[in-house]
Design a protein around this ligand. Structure first.
Ligand code: CDP
Length: 785
């Protein structure tokens, strides 16, 4: 492990290039796209969570003077577009034909001169609904008498989507049977929403003469979307150009294809004009991809002296009305089977049942690498419950059970091979930064005074960088990423990548990767992304995969350029390539450092007249497709201090210490930003955020008045630290960081809340730990001693 990171060129603290436009308010988002003759679309949504559609009358809307077209499911049916495939190989209604299955489902699409007229005309559409019984409780959805939601699927007589398991059930049962101590708990990771600042939207421009489609859209995966549009709309892929301009936050919300995008495309084909569709905030919260919604029953087995032996968990995964979750095909529960966490276990088993309910579809990586968030929460809550049962210190219990550095690469009991780790160092660092012993002493004193102070720990291992092609695909598209590097004669470069930044700073950090490898200053490297016509194919940005996969591609393609530059340099210097040595930015003759050529000189020569060896082509441009051999496994140790108001149950996060290890650190400023944002997300999920439903399936979290997201007022000054344990298989040793803090912080916060409530005998509080929930938990356990 080393902690050095500052380097003059390449990796190090570099301010974001993209901020030049963002801080001037000159970012260009989808809603900024204005095209001549552009029309505007609006979606009519279902007020019911479950209802049969008896009839739809659009005649009044069609007569609105500013309306150009009204689309219904029946119209789309004629084009074979009423249903579309989801990322989980299910089907989803684009516009409902038979019935509606969640509140907010898309029923009709109006195209008008402007956004206001389109919205006005929605009110003129008359839909006759026949309400049906609703099921929003995932457990209840599995009952034999539950209403069947997906009666469109042939032979479907229940709401079960899949049963999936990982680990060894028999071995786990055997370990549990002989364990001294077994602790179990039921917990809900509630439904939350990524809620990016920019909602989802698209501008479709179909050119009937050329037969081509240009689609500006809020997408985290432009290339994958292009392929899906080609398959779904049966348009030739080479005629489709998907442009993702600046994206105002994605967090997983912009991975899937939404009906509004498809309707904008059909609208443009039908009207012969460009069509824009932008959803509003309520539409975003009610109808686009949610995250989590996992009902988990976990158990942990240990010896009396505190050796953790096994973990098992049964999950009911609520996928809403259509199974549209985004994760590699092979893993219907994402990477949940990383729930074995950071501990050396003898056995582990998980069983996950996916169910349909009358809620919005989705289930995305909301700043979470495919359900790792749920997994980490489960195991970290279980370890705390075990500590309580054993009357052990939660920090000591973790230190005694963390996987030791000499065990890496470590094969976990559910099949993951963790690439590298030094867990104990990270945890000790967090404890030291926090002053753990003093905090415990302070807590004891405060308890004497009747004050409720809680200290919560969370340790996490993530699995990020999906993923090896042989194991991972989405809808059959393998998860490799290409990169193209062009080096112009003057030595300035252009890097084309397939991943799609949504605010993570790729234009800066990817330039730094090239700078590190080639010595071309980062400001001389232009990073091109977000345009399928200008960039090579790849699967996009989610699940913190950009650095592990595309970042690796960027390093590999830069190395290819470097190798080519060596051949050119040997021709320039008239020495054998074997006699050349590299220092950043320059090839020189071994033993004679003055004899050399900079990468810029070599670039000019490569485009010039220097005689190149037979078979060597002019120029330095290169391309690559990177297929990661494994995922990367970032980790971290988090510690949270909370104060709970005994009078109101209000939780205040007083301190939060986060020690992260993402391997080689490309840009510490950006890493800090990623961690700060993720920690704020964690405070939101642990204490505030909830998409709830009433029994009729009405969404109770459909506005930012009800769906509370954290502001600067709710978060403390973050105290961050780091260790560096490079990934052995990644070309530059980097692991992902984008989602670590969102994954790691909720259990630390909930553990702190439960710790604070210990005098009340509270064992568990489900997220979000709102004042009323905390208050109820306190009442359930009687008054303080
Ligand atoms: O896929 P996504 O960009 O959301 O996540 P990521 O790969 O973890 O990267 C988030 C940002 O942090 C990017 O700008 C990365 O280049 C940067 N990063 C870094 O500077 N060093 C790392 N070891 C990992 C990420």
């Amino acid at each position: 492990m080393s902690t050095t990171e500052e380097r003059p060129i390449g990796f190090g603290r570099l301010k974001r290039k993209e901020d030049a436009r963002f801080i001037r308010g000159q970012g260009r988002y989808v809603d900024d796209v204005q095209l001549p003759g552009m029309l505007h679309g609006a979606v009519l949504r279902s007020p019911y969570a479950h209802a049969r559609i008896v009839s739809i009358d659009v005649s009044a809307a069609q007569q609105h003077p500013k309306v150009h077209a009204v689309l219904t499911g029946r119209d789309l049916d004629g084009l074979g577009l009423a249903w579309m495939p989801t990322l989980s190989m299910d089907t989803q209604a684009v516009l409902a034909t038979d019935k509606v299955r969640f509140q907010g489902q898309e029923v009709a699409f109006v195209i008008a001169d402007d956004r206001y007229a389109a919205r006005d005309a929605l009110e003129l559409i008359d839909v006759d609904y026949e309400p049906l019984p609703v099921v929003v409780n995932a457990r209840r959805a599995l009952d034999a008498d539950a209403p069947v939601i997906r009666d469109d699927l042939e032979g479907k007589a229940d709401n079960r989507i899949f049963d999936w398991e990982a680990g060894d059930r028999a071995a786990t049962d055997a370990v549990f049977a002989r364990a001294d101590v077994v602790v179990s708990e039921e917990m809900l990771y509630p439904r939350v929403h990524p809620a990016p600042m920019e909602t989802c939207g698209a501008v479709a421009d179909y050119d009937a003469v050329e037969g081509s489609l240009t689609l500006w859209s809020t997408t985290q995966a432009p290339h994958a979307h292009r392929t899906l549009f080609a398959l779904v709309a049966r348009l030739p892929e080479q005629k489709i150009r998907v442009i993702a301009p600046d994206i105002g936050g994605g967090f997983g919300n912009k991975v899937g294809i939404y009906p509004g995008y498809v309707c904008a495309v059909v609208g443009s084909i039908v009207t012969g004009r460009p069509v824009k569709w932008m959803e509003d905030r309520s539409e975003n919260l009610m109808a686009t991809s949610f995250a989590r919604d996992y009902v988990m029953r976990g158990s942990i087995a240990a010896t009396r002296d505190g050796r953790i032996l096994a973990v098992r968990v049964d999950v009911i995964a609520d996928h809403g009305a259509f199974n549209a979750t985004a994760q590699p095909t092979k893993y219907p529960a994402g990477f949940f089977h990383v729930f074995t966490g950071s501990y050396e276990l003898e056995a582990a088993h998980c069983a996950v049942t996916g169910v349909y309910t009358n809620k919005a579809p989705g289930g995305v990586a909301y700043a979470c690498s495919f359900r790792v968030t749920e997994a980490v929460y489960l195991v970290e809550r279980m370890v705390d419950l075990l500590a309580r049962e054993l009357d052990a210190d939660p920090a000591q219990l973790r230190l005694a059970n963390l996987i030791r550095p000499d065990r890496f690469p470590y094969e976990a009991k559910t099949g993951w091979v963790y690439d590298s780790g030094d867990y104990e160092t990270a945890l000790r660092k967090a404890l030291e930064m926090a002053g753990y012993e003093q905090l415990r002493a302070e807590q004891a004193e405060r308890r004497e005074r009747g004050e409720l102070m809680g200290i919560g720990l969370g340790f996490f291992t993530e699995a990020v960088g999906a993923g090896p092609r042989k194991h991972m695909d989405i809808l059959g598209l393998g998860m490799a990423d290409a990169a193209e590097l062009r080096v112009h004669p003057t030595g300035k470069a252009q890097l084309g990548i397939s991943v799609q930044t949504q605010g993570q700073g790729h234009e800066t950090t990817f330039a730094q990767i090239v700078a590190q490898e080639l010595g071309i200053p980062p400001e001389d490297v232009e990073v091109v992304h977000g345009d399928t016509d200008r960039t090579p194919f790849g699967l996009g940005t989610y699940g913190s995969r950009s650095t592990p996969v595309s970042g690796a591609a960027a390093a590999v393609v830069a190395r290819k350029v470097r190798d080519k530059a060596r051949v050119v340099a040997s021709a320039m210097l008239e020495v054998s390539a074997d006699d050349l040595e590299w220092e950043r930015g320059r090839w020189f003759v071994r033993g004679d450092p003055d004899q050399g050529a900079t990468i810029q000189e070599i670039a000019m020569a490569a485009h010039g007249t220097v005689e190149l060896p037979k078979g060597v082509e002019a120029g330095l441009d290169s391309e690559t497709v990177y297929d990661p051999p494994n995922l990367t496994f970032p980790f971290g140790a988090y510690l949270c201090v909370v104060d709970v108001d005994p009078g109101t149950g209000k939780v205040t996060v007083r301190r939060f210490v986060a020690v992260d290890d993402c391997g080689t650190r490309i840009n510490p400023i950006i890493i800090e930003g990623q961690v700060h944002g993720g920690l704020a997300d964690g405070v939101g999920m642990a204490l505030m955020e909830l998409i709830a439903f009433d029994e009729d399936g009405n969404c109770l979290g459909g506005s930012l008045m009800d769906y509370l997201i954290p502001t600067a007022l709710e978060v403390p000054d973050w105290e961050t630290g780091f260790t560096v344990t490079p990934s052995p298989h990644h070309p530059i040793g980097a692991k992902g960081i984008g989602e670590s803090a969102t994954v790691g912080s909720p259990p630390a916060i909930v553990n702190a809340v439960v710790d604070a409530l210990r005098p009340y005998g509270v064992r568990h509080v489900d997220m979000p730990c709102t004042p009323s929930r905390v208050w109820e938990a306190m009442q359930g356990r009687g008054a303080p001693p």
